[in-house]
Each structure stands twice: as C-alpha cells, then as structure tokens.
Design a protein around this ligand. Structure first.
Ligand code: NAD
Length: 489
C-alpha cells in the first residue's frame, strides 16, 4: 500500500482512482457484497481521487470476530512485549513521515506543514503509551493496618475506535495507541471523509508484524458502518471523537449495553478572553492562531473572542491586519475539508450577514467554489451573543469579536454556551489567571498560550463537549477494568 500510494502521488493528476480496502485479521480484504462506495475528494482541487468502501454488517462482523479472537492472547502478553510492538509501529510511522504528511495534506486539505506536525504527534502517541505501560504502578497501600490493598487492572476487551476528519491520523492513533497498550484490541473506523492515512496505517501495522486481529481498520460512514460497530454485542467499549450530535446518537445506541465503556470527545465553541493588561501584539498572535490554525478545523479553536472595552478598537485593528497577513488561503492556510462543510460554514456567514453583522475581514465566499474549497479568514463584529453564529460550532476560519467591561461579565460570556471544551485567557495579572481560569466551564484552560499539550494531562470537555477524559492515567481508565484487592492474613 505504501508503495502504491507513492506511485499514485507521483501521478496525482492521473485519471485512476484509488480504492481502499478494509484491514481485517491482518489482511487487506475487499469489502461488501453490495460494493457501495463513498467518493473521496482532494479539497485543494475539488477532484475525486479515491473510493472508500462502506462496510456492511458482514464486514463489520468479521472485523469484530478478528478483534475478539485476538484479544485473549494480546491481553496476556507482558507489558514489555506490548510496549515493544508499539515502539516498532512508532518507528515505521516515523520512517514514512513525509509520505504520510503528503497524504494527510491531500486528503484533508491542511497545509503540508501542519500535516507534518500531526504525523509527528501520531508517532508520539505510540511512543508515549509504549513507555507509560512500563511505568504504571498498582497503587498498593495498607488499609486500617489490616489489609494490603492494591489495584489490579485488566483490559476490557475489543473496542470500537471512531474518529473525525479534522486531524485524521493523529486522532485515530490517539485512540489506537492506548487501546492496544493496555491490552485491548480494536475495530477502528476513521471518518469516511478522510480515510487515506488510516489505510496507510494498516500497511504500517502489517509491516510492524502486529499480531493479526489486534487492530482492524474498517471504512465506511456512520449510519451503516459506525452504527454496526458500536452496537455489536462483542464490542465492549467505544472511544469516540466527533460532533456532539453523533455523540448523542452513540449514547442512545449503546444505552442498553451497560457493560460497554463509552468515552465521548465532542465539539466545542471555545472562548478567548483578552484583558486590558495584555501585550497587544502577543495577544493578537495567540488569539489568531487559536482562531485560524488548520482553517479553524480543530475542536480546540477559539472562535468567540471577547476583548476588554478599553483596548477593543486597537485589538480589532491589529487582529485584522495580522490575520490577513498570517492566514492567507492557498498560501499559509489549507482548503476546507469538503464541499458540504464549505457550504455549512458559508451558511453561517449568510446568517451573520442577514443578522446585520459587520465583516471586519473577509466576506461570504462563492456558492460554487472552483478548483478547490478555499476560504479566507472571516472576522465578524456586531453579532449578538444569542445568535447561532456565536452559540454553535462552525468549525471553519470564522471568528466573532465582542467586548466586555468587567471580569465578571467576561466569565459570564465565556460560560454562556452549551459546550465546554477549551478556552484561552490572555492577561498578565497573576491573580486573575487563576481566578478566571478556575471559573471557566471548560476541560482545558490555556492562559497566555494555546494548544500546549502533554500526553499525560487529562483531555476532554465539560457540558455538551463530552463524557470522560483521555490521556495518561485517564486513557488507562478508559481501556481497563479495575478490581480493588484487599489482602489480609
Ligand atoms: P461526526 O460526528 O460527523 O463524525 C465522527 C465519526 O463518527 C465519523 O467517523 C463518522 O463516520 C462516525 N459516525 C457518525 N455517525 C455514527 C454512528 N451513528 N455510530 C457510530 N459512528 C458514527 O464528526 P466530524 O464532522 O467528522 O468531525 C467534526 C467534529 O468533531 C466537530 O464537532 C469537532 O469539534 C469534533 N472534534 C472533537 C474533538 C475532541 O477531542 N473533543 C477533536 C476533534 C474533533
């Protein structure tokens, strides 16, 4: 697969379409009796380049069977042996970094530079958990001077790992690495919009000689394939990252299976608070990066900016000119992932215009984009706090800016949203950093920075942004069952 991908890249303008195949039980297999496919487009050209199979229930069942069959011996392997497997996968990913980055960029629309960062993060996911499992302890202690008590953990079983289209390989491996490190096996389903690097990952797993069935990668949409995976009785857990509406569906679909562990990482509509004491250029840099990185297609992007009224005009002037220079479509910003998503973002811009918003930067892009789904950054002011433009996740290069007079109002505005994933607080006042940081209803609070991440820290959202946390110990909690053993003599 890696070499056929290389050949395909060198002939990108050719007419031939790639057809992806499921990876089940260590083998690539043609899908489905009915042969239903979804077209995959290169967002930078708008041209179709691959066909993604929609796996039916039979294909899903064989992937689940393979994960189930592989589970007992994989769970029994020593941590050292599992760690070794993860390290081998990390090395092979690293060796193929450039190829994977090129594909991620073609498939998702992101810049090559951004894609390289994400492939490096995918490598780190395997490296981190290969090391974590060697250093985890069983937290033994004496209780009441009577019993030596320790925590015994066992892998839960075959897991469904379901990921979205915005950071495809990075987010899929953020699930696969801990899942197999802790002894579970996986049926992984990437987004039907961006399946390419998952396909290449399958070849990496084959070359790394990961035992067959430990990770099975199947392709398809949510309605047919995703639903069949999460509701399969032999799937004992679901780790899902995606939109809140899908999270609701998965909760309903899995409700009757109490034994299924379900972790949901969902959408965000994240606030950035800019206080009057900031150094303006630095604040503008952080706030615009949070708004426009990866075309605003990161769940952690700060798409609602609130600025203290005393610096509001200056901030807007600087923000506009910085964004116009630093985030230029086709130069430093990639394309929007798909035509339907482009249309969705566009519909929010039409709504903003209808509601009388001022376009400080950018405008509504053409209804029918030519030669790729390109969109310049948009900065809006004069949008009411209750507007859907401020309340709902747009997931594109669109930001609203409004002002506040007091710290209390700033916190109220930040929290006036159904989501609670991430936030940015920009201030130089040390007391305020903690006071505000500890009141914001969000799983992640970045003060004077954005997207700083260490893989052991808890990651996840409050309110409608999710259930559960992942990362380090928190990922261990997702993929293992714990027994508390009390030993008395
Ligand atoms: P989505 O919810 O449409 O799809 C995500 C995945 O779920 C896809 O693989 C899809 O095929 C699958 N799916 C859909 N319906 C399903 C069903 N009934 N059963 C099982 N699987 C199903 O999300 P998207 O549009 O691909 O991604 C964008 C969303 O992801 C945004 O809301 C973004 O905020 C969110 N996101 C969250 C995080 C986080 O860590 N919290 C990270 C990245 C993206």
């Amino acid at each position: 697969t890696l070499s056929s991908a290389e050949a395909f890249i060198s002939n990108q303008d050719g007419q031939s379409l790639l057809t992806l195949e499921n990876y089940i039980g260590g083998q690539f297999s043609e899908n489905t009796s009915e042969n239903i496919f979804i077209s995959s487009f290169n967002p930078k050209t708008g041209r179709e380049y691959a066909k993604v199979p929609v796996s039916d229930e039979t294909a899903v069942q064989s992937a689940v069977d393979a994960a189930k069959a592989a589970f007992p011996s994989w769970a029994k392997l020593s941590r050292r042996e599992r760690s070794h497997h993860l390290r081998r996968i990390a090395s092979l990913l690293q060796e193929n970094r450039e190829l994977l980055a090129v594909w991620e960029s073609i498939d998702q629309g992101k810049t090559l530079e951004r894609a390289r960062v994400e492939i490096d993060r995918a490598v780190s996911n395997f490296q981190y958990f290969s090391s974590y499992i060697l250093h985890d302890d069983n937290r033994a202690r004496m209780v009441d001077g009577v019993a030596l008590t320790y925590e015994h953990r066992s892998a839960i079983g075959p897991f469904a790992l379901i990921s979205p289209w915005n950071m495809p390989l990075y987010l899929l491996t953020w699930k696969i690495a801990p899942c197999i490190a802790f002894g579970c096996t996986a049926v992984a389903k990437p987004s039907e919009v961006t399946s390419m690097t998952a396909y290449l990952l399958a070849e990496v797993l084959r070359r790394a000689e990961l035992p067959p069935g430990v990770v099975n990668i199947i392709f398809g949409d949510g309605r047919t394939t995703g639903t069949a995976v999460v509701t399969n009785p032999d799937i004992h857990g679901v780790s899902f990252t995606g939109g809140t509406a899908t999270g609701v569906q998965i909760r309903k679909l899995t409700a009757e299976y109490i034994y299924k562990h379900v972790s949901l990482e969902l959408g965000g509509k994240n606030p950035t608070l800019v206080f009057e004491d900031v150094e303006l250029d630095e604040a503008v840099r952080v706030a615009s990066q949070a708004a426009f990185e990866n075309q605003g297609e990161i769940c952690l992007c700060g798409s609602r900016i609130y600025v203290h009224s005393s610096i509001y005009d200056d901030f807007i002037a600087k923000f506009k000119s910085h964004a116009a220079q630093a985030y230029r479509s086709q130069v430093t910003m990639g394309a929007i992932v798909s035509l339907p998503h482009y249309q969705k973002i566009r519909s929010y811009l039409e709504l903003a215009k209808d509601e009388g918003a001022k376009f400080e930067l950018g405008d509504i892009p053409p209804r029918e984009p030519q030669n790729g789904y390109w969109m310049d950054p948009v900065v809006l002011t004069g949008v009411s706090q209750s507007s859907r433009v401020v309340q709902e996740e747009i997931f594109g290069p669109v930001v609203t800016i409004a002002q506040f007079d007091t710290e209390e109002t700033a916190v109220q505005l930040a929290n006036d949203n159904a989501n609670g994933l991430a936030s940015v607080v920009l201030t130089r006042d040390g007391k305020r950093m903690r006071r505000v940081g500890e009141q914001i209803q969000a799983g992640l609070v970045w003060v004077n920075c954005w997207l700083v991440r260490e893989l052991g820290t808890p990651f996840g959202g409050m309110k409608n942004s999710g259930v559960g946390r992942e990362g380090g110990d928190y990922s261990r909690d997702v993929f293992t069952n714990v027994r508390t053993i009390h030993l008395a003599q």
